[in-house]
Design a protein around this ligand. Structure first.
Ligand SMILES: NC(=O)c1ccc[n+]([C@@H]2O[C@H](COP(=O)([O-])OP(=O)(O)OC[C@H]3O[C@@H](n4cnc5c(N)ncnc54)[C@H](OP(=O)(O)O)[C@@H]3O)[C@@H](O)[C@H]2O)c1
Length: 367
């Protein structure tokens, strides 16, 4: 059984249904919404906590950026670096070449795509141009994913060969099965299990053969991960799943860390662009505004400071976020997070925003 158009439509419908609970109720006023969450008493409280740099305040300039060490040098073939990566979901083949080229110019070295995004060839063009300009292959880390309709041992191998060709890479840095099954029907449980196992065996084979440098999983919950430990000869190097302050996934993050699996956050800013996105709600939170402003440059850049606060929270949890952004300005803003540090208390305050809210879909529905 494979994911065809009908199942795809069902998945989208399911994703829509999953978000129909609280967020679809009439919106409360901003003040009422904010009163449901912790907030700081006043701007500038960070100074009192002793966490902001001495000269920092809402209008103080930040020190110049230092190039982030993990995003330079040889990263291909290693573990997923702890840095800001680039998301490319919903970026068309036509736009993605320009987006990835701009991101590489800014300093991004981790690029996330998937067969399903239909833009691997466009990313291949951007990489080719960058290599011709002198970027070393060793300095870039490219992730792609196998779509469920290509699950199974032979199909997975030929589809990853196709991805490598489109990307123009002899070996892909990281390949993940995109979802833990082909159908969310109860009856599909055994099929899902068989395909998860066969696809993992194919990934292990491709790693041995050198077509793939590292293998990992995407949208695997605790249950899928525990099951995989039974049949895997090679442990996943990385696990990609939805994480943002409204869905911190603390226990899964901890489980991955205990197993030595790098955590890769998708929809790290709340997944704007997805039907159940929570980005707008996150960015209306007084707590994030206060923390962002206390670490920021000018009040006029408040929205930017809030995005950066969220991305910094991911990094300080040891999680690699892959925000998607379209403009060169946003690509730069999202990468500009290596010159400030959130305090332990701020980290905790942001983590307490957790409401287990999915912008995309809870993959627990894949049996
Ligand atoms: N494994 C999976 O199943 C899975 C699922 C979902 C996503 N992903 C991956 O994760 C990546 C990121 O997730 P996502 O795209 O769902 O959500 P996201 O990165 O949380 O949010 C992307 C949205 O935020 C906006 N944005 C980005 N930077 C901004 C800034 N500085 N200021 C204001 N707005 C900003 C973007 O707008 P513009 O684009 O208009 O700039 C876009 O609408 C995807 O692109 C994909 O690579 C994987």
């Amino acid at each position: 059984m494979t994911i065809g158009r009908r199942q795809s439509r069902l998945l989208v419908a399911l994703a829509l249904c999953l978000g129909l609970s609280l967020w679809s109720l009439p919106l409360p006023s901003l003040a009422a919404f904010n009163s449901a969450f912790p907030r700081r008493a006043a701007l500038g409280a960070l100074g009192a906590l002793g966490t902001a740099p001495a000269a920092a305040g809402p209008t103080a300039p930040r020190p110049p950026l230092k190039p982030p060490a993990p995003a330079s040098g040889t990263i291909s073939g290693g573990v997923l670096p702890l840095t800001i990566g680039l998301g490319t979901c919903l970026v068309s083949e036509g736009d993605v070449t320009r987006q990835v080229s701009s991101a590489l110019d800014v300093g991004y070295r981790v690029i996330d795509t998937a067969q399903r995004y239909g833009n691997e060839a466009g990313i291949g063009l951007a990489l080719k141009a960058a290599f011709e300009k002198g970027l070393s292959r060793d300095e870039v880390f490219v992730t792609t994913k196998v779509w469920p309709s290509n699950y199974g041992f032979d199909k997975a191998i030929s589809s990853v060969q196709d991805s490598a060709k489109k990307l123009g890479l002899e070996a892909i840095d990281l390949v993940l099965p995109h979802w833990p099954g082909v159908s969310t029907d109860f009856e599909a449980a055994e099929t899902n299990f068989q395909l998860r196992q066969q696809t993992w065996k194919a990934l292990e084979r491709m790693k041995k053969d050198g077509l793939v440098k590292q293998i990992g999983v995407s949208n695997y919950n605790d249950r899928h991960l525990t099951e995989l430990l039974d049949y895997a000869e090679t442990l996943p190097m990385a696990s990609q799943f939805e994480i943002h302050p409204f869905n911190t996934r603390e226990s899964l993050v901890q489980k991955c860390k205990e197993l030595g699996i790098r955590v890769n956050a998708y929809s790290p800013l709340g997944g704007k662009g997805n039907p159940n996105q929570v980005t707008d709600k996150l960015l209306s939170l007084q707590l994030l505004q206060d923390i962002g402003a206390a670490h920021g440059k000018t009040p006029a850049q408040l929205a930017q400071d809030m995005q950066q606060t969220i991305l910094r929270w991911h990094l300080q949890r040891g999680v690699t976020p892959i925000p998607k952004a379209s403009s060169a300005q946003r690509l730069q803003e999202n990468f500009d997070v290596f010159d400030f540090k959130l305090s332990d208390e701020e980290m905790q305050e942001i983590s307490e925003l957790d409401r287990r809210r999915f912008a995309v879909m809870n993959s627990e529905v894949f049996l």
